[in-house]
Design a binder for this molecule. Structure first.
Ligand SMILES: NC(=O)c1ccc[n+]([C@@H]2O[C@H](COP(=O)([O-])OP(=O)(O)OC[C@H]3O[C@@H](n4cnc5c(N)ncnc54)[C@H](O)[C@@H]3O)[C@@H](O)[C@H]2O)c1
Length: 307
C-alpha cells in the first residue's frame, strides 16, 4: 500500500510539475502514466546514487530519458558524513530500469574534471547525445563562525566549498561544451533555499549555494545564444542522508520545527520526489524559454525571502 501511494505520488509530482493533465484518479490509487516527455533524451546526473539525485534519476527515467548516473560512491577523507555506496547506486539503477530506459553509472568525484569528462564521453557514446545535465551532488557540514572546533571549521571551508563550488563548476565544464556544439541543452543545478537567504550554523554551505546561483547566472549568459538553458532548483529541507544518520526523534523534531517556523504549507521535511518534478519540468519542452532563473521548491519558505 505504501508503495502504491509512493508510486502514485511520484507520477503526480512528475506530471504536475511538467504541466500535464493527470486523469482518472480514483481514491488516489490510480494514476494515468505521465507522457514520456523526455523520450529519446539522455540525462547526466551527479550525486545520483541516493537522495534527491536518485529521485531525479527515476523521475527523468519515468519521463522517458536514458540516465547516466555519476557519484563518488566512497567516503571523502576526513569528512564526517558518509557518502553513498555502490549498493545505493544499485537501487538507483533498479528504479531507473523499471521505467524501461537505459542506465549507466560512474564512480567518481565531481571535483575530478578528467573523470567527469571521461564519464560524459562514455555515456554520450553509449546512451546517445546528453542533452540534459543535472548538477546535483553536494555536501554540507555545520560550522558557525563561532564554533570552537578548529578542525570542523577548516573541513567545512575546505571540503564544502571545494565540492559545491569547484565540483559543480567541473560538472558544467565537463558537460556543457557538447551541448553548445550541438546547439541545444538543458542545465539544472540543484541549489538550496540556503542559496537565497542566510542561516547561522553553516556559512560555508550558505556561501557555496549562493555561489551556485552566481554560476547559474554566469553560464546562462555565456551559453544562451548557443541554445542551452541554465537554471537552478532550490530545495528546502529534504529527508535524505545529507546530514548523516538521524534518529526518529531528530526527524520528528525537524518536521515540527519546519512546519511551524519555516514552511507556509503544512509540511515538515520534504521527500526527494517532491524536488524531482521541477527538474523534469525544466528539461521539458514547456520550459524552453526559461533560463537564468530559479525555482524554489520551498513549501512556501520563499514567500518570506523573495519578491
Ligand atoms: N537534503 C536537504 O535538506 C537539501 C536541501 C537543499 C538542497 N539540497 C541539495 O541537494 C543536493 C543533493 O543532496 P541530498 O539531500 O540528496 O544529499 P545526499 O547526501 O543524500 O546525496 C548527495 C549525493 O551526492 C554524492 N556526492 C557528494 N559529494 C560528491 C562528490 N564530491 N562527487 C560525487 N558525488 C558526490 C553523495 O555520495 C550522494 O549520493 C545537494 O546539492 C544539496 O546541497 C539538499
Amino acid at each position: 500500500m505504501t508503495n502504491d501511494i509512493d508510486t502514485t505520488r511520484r507520477t503526480l509530482l512528475t506530471a504536475g510539475a511538467a504541466g500535464l493533465a493527470v486523469a482518472g484518479m480514483t481514491g488516489g490509487a490510480q494514476a494515468q502514466t505521465a507522457n514520456r516527455l523526455l523520450e529519446g533524451q539522455t540525462v547526466f546526473i551527479t550525486g545520483a546514487a541516493r537522495g534527491i539525485g536518485r529521485a531525479i534519476a527515476i523521475a527523468m527515467a519515468d519521463a522517458g530519458a536514458d540516465v547516466a548516473a555519476y557519484d563518488i560512491l566512497t567516503d571523502i577523507p576526513d569528512f564526517p558524513i558518509p557518502m553513498a555506496t555502490p549498493e545505493d547506486m544499485a537501487e538507483t539503477q533498479a528504479g531507473v530500469e523499471a521505467a524501461g530506459v537505459q542506465f549507466r553509472s560512474y564512480a567518481g568525484d565531481i571535483r575530478d574534471l578528467d573523470a567527469q569528462q571521461a564519464a560524459h564521453a562514455d555515456a554520450d557514446a553509449a546512451l546517445g547525445p546528453i542533452g540534459i545535465v543535472v548538477a546535483n551532488a553536494g555536501v554540507n557540514l555545520n560550522a558557525g563562525f563561532l564554533i570552537e572546533k578548529p578542525d570542523t571549521w577548516s573541513t567545512a571551508w575546505e571540503t564544502v566549498t571545494d565540492v559545491n563550488i569547484k565540483g559543480t563548476a567541473a560538472t558544467l565544464r565537463a558537460t556543457v561544451p557538447a551541448m553548445t556544439a550541438r546547439g541545444s541543452g538543458r542545465v539544472i543545478i540543484v541549489g538550496s533555499t540556503f542559496g537565497r537567504q542566510g542561516n547561522a550554523s553553516n556559512p560555508a554551505y550558505i556561501a557555496s549555494k549562493w555561489a551556485t546561483q552566481g554560476m547559474m547566472k554566469a553560464l546562462a549568459i555565456e551559453v544562451g545564444k548557443q541554445g542551452v538553458t541554465v537554471n537552478t532548483v532550490n530545495p528546502t529541507a529534504v529527508q535524505t542522508g545529507f546530514g548523516g544518520p538521524r534518529t526518529q526523534e531528530q526527524i520528528d523534531g525537524s518536521n515540527a520545527w519546519l512546519a511551524a517556523n519555516y514552511h507556509q504549507l503544512d509540511v515538515g521535511l520534504l521527500q526527494p520526489e517532491d524536488i524531482a518534478g521541477s527538474t523534469v519540468f525544466l528539461a521539458s519542452p514547456g520550459a524552453a524559454m526559461i533560463t537564468g532563473t530559479s525555482i524554489d521548491v520551498s513549501a512556501g519558505a520563499a514567500a518570506r525571502y523573495t519578491a
